[in-house]
Design a protein around this ligand. Structure first.
Ligand SMILES: [Zn+2]
Length: 114
């Protein structure tokens, strides 16, 4: 994770992005929402499994399944970080005409170009 930290604090040489915060929301927002949602759901299930009754049985059955959410989110975040790393080195083969970023919904995820 330290390498990723260095990667993120590095000044992007080709970035025309005005707001670095938007850059990270666009690139890492969804994976982080998935991680947080998964953790919150797991905490809810953990509390529910302590309550006893039929709900506790369901909670225990769903618990490992819900563990997949944050795991998936973490894998997604790592994938996005790898893409950002490639983009900063200029080796990412995205469809953006301005940089080499990946287009998402007709908008470049790296520079915000439509
Ligand atoms: Zn771009």
């Amino acid at each position: 994770m330290q390498q990723a930290g260095i990667l993120l604090t590095m000044c992007p040489p080709q970035s025309l992005e005005r707001s670095p915060r938007m850059f990270f929301i666009r690139n890492l927002g969804m994976p982080f929402i998935l991680i947080i949602a998964g953790v919150v759901t797991m905490m809810g299930l953990a509390i529910l499994s302590q309550q006893g009754g039929a709900a506790a049985g369901w909670a225990r059955a769903l618990f490992p399944l819900m563990g997949l959410l944050p795991a998936l989110g973490a894998a997604w975040a790592v994938h996005r970080l790898v893409q950002i790393g490639q983009w900063r080195r200029g080796t990412l083969n995205g469809d953006c005409p301005r940089c080499t970023g990946v287009l998402a919904g007709g908008r470049c995820r790296m520079c915000g170009q439509r």
